[in-house]
Write a protein that binds this ligand. Sequence first.
Ligand code: PLP
Length: 396
Amino acid sequence: MRETRQNGFSTRAIHEGYNPLDYHGALNPPVFLTSTYAFDRTETGANRFAGEQEGYIYSRVGNPTVSVLESRLASLEGGEAALATSSGMGAITAVLWTLLNAGDEVVADKTLYGCTFGLLHHHMKRFGVSTRFVDLTDPAILDQALSPATRIVITETPSNPNMRLVDIAAIAERCRKAGVHLVIDNTYCTPYLQRPLELGADIVVHSATKYLGGHGDLLAGAVIAGKELIDQFRYVGIKELNGACMSAFDASLVLRGLKTLTLRMDRHCETAEMLARDLEGHPAVAEVYYPGLKSHPQHLLASRQMRKMGGMIALELKGGLDAGRKFMNGVTLATRAVSLGDAETLIQHPASMTHATYTPEERLEHGFTDGLVRLSVGLEDYDDLKADLLGALDRL
Ligand code: PLP
């Protein structure tokens, strides 16, 4: 970028980290389909391995197409550096496995995406790491939850699937005082709606499979943090622990998705806000969880912390699980599928799908019912979505 002042978010989402004139004028970054890189001399390879000389070594550790995406994501999140990974779970495991040792503790919010919960609750303890799940919607809870063994606090906000919010600045302040890393999963918001690093978090993780990619055609993840941490995640987490590097081809698809991120997010948010109000007004609906609604218990926090209210809605029907099943079977435009953040509106049932890693008792304890239905509002016409969703509710 040649400008001296900082460009705006949309401009950086399109241009940051790439100058076509460096690559024969190619408007889009070339896809470097290469696993390895030639060294002019033996010493060059040795120096690169020793970290004494810049340059690519092997694509598990770095690739020029992936580097463009990494510098773009770092800029958009307001971080020093970024690491692109093969999936969101690849990003989360790279962070946790790099920073944790046997005997350490993690404090996590009580509602997390099912596989993050499964990793912490079922599997990390096999390696001697225990997790305390607490209700981080009250930041003061951290005062009792942190122990001398705590190394990481991890949370989503809004949480998947029930849209609870965590006050990032308040939690970050406590983590800073305790010398504990705060990790925020920013998948639901993207940096366009919320920038946790600016609010004091240390590490942001993403499933770039979702809004960042935006088209349901790839799996990808990312970590954004200070350069020292990112180097550790790259050279220990990805290089030696999980191997979850991003491919150049997927990086190119995410770069394409980022070009329209702000346009897509504006539209997701606008339609979701209208649909949330429609759903809330329907007699078959017991509860709508959407931070943009005044009825959301953390509506004020959402207005402070998020630029807009996002494209995700959760709802419960008066008829519970049975009604939820009929509702999902009754839609014809919305697609019954997991994942989120795509152009297509997706509808799914967390208890039997994305959050089946929780037992029924755990689901209740962790704050969501078996009747909860999750909606990822797509980019279709609002009137069509309204007719589809409200029509399915009318027919219950
Ligand atoms: N974090 C959140 C909030 C998610 O919703 C998901 C996936 O649904 C993940 C992480 C994991 O991402 P991926 O599926 O790209 O591994």
